[in-house]
Design a protein around this ligand. Structure first.
Ligand SMILES: [Ca+2]
Ligand SMILES: [Ca+2]
Length: 163
């Protein structure tokens, strides 16, 4: 009886030692994960790619609000600029080309007060920092007495840059 008790005690002790040994076991390794972001990136989207300002019937100026939606995503500071591709308005009609100046076409960010004249050189539309941005553009065209009947087109070039 006593031997049995001793054996049980010994076994219990062995088990408890084993448990202590298992529960106390621990090991740690530290890993440092590193990476690099190489430089600035910018993603510019302007939709739709074609915009119709409508028809001027009695010589009235034409305006279209929120004609284009612009989206910018960048991990750096950025600017968006606008220009006319070659500084010439395309004219298609039966009359001689009136060589309508591109400055007769006006643009502004929707929500801002004043229209600016389109130009063949880049003009800053807006700027921002890292993140995702959306805004829309209003267009206006000054119809003049010197504009003969026909179809007119301006090619707007948007450029996004991280200076
Ligand atoms: Ca042009
Ligand atoms: Ca006018």
């Amino acid at each position: 009886m006593r031997r049995l008790t001793l054996r049980v005690l010994a076994l219990a002790l062995a088990i408890s030692v084993l448990f202590v040994a298992v529960w106390a076991a621990q090991d740690k390794e530290e890993v440092e994960a590193t990476w690099t972001v190489e430089g600035c990136w910018i993603d510019l989207t302007v939709v739709p790619p074609a915009v119709d300002l409508g028809s001027s019937i009695n010589g009235e100026d034409l305006e279209r609000l929120s004609a284009n939606d612009v989206a910018v995503e960048s991990n750096c500071k950025w600017i968006v600029e606008i220009r006319e591709d070659d500084g010439k308005i395309i004219y298609k009609g039966d009359y001689p080309d009136p060589n309508k100046p591109v400055s007769d076409f006006k643009w502004r960010m929707n929500g801002t007060a004043e229209y600016k004249d389109l130009s063949a050189s880049d003009q800053q539309v807006t700027e921002g920092g890292p993140g995702s941005y959306k805004f829309s553009m209003d267009y206006m065209v000054d119809i003049r007495l010197t504009d003969p009947p026909g179809k007119y087109a301006a090619q707007l070039i948007y450029t996004g840059t991280t200076p």
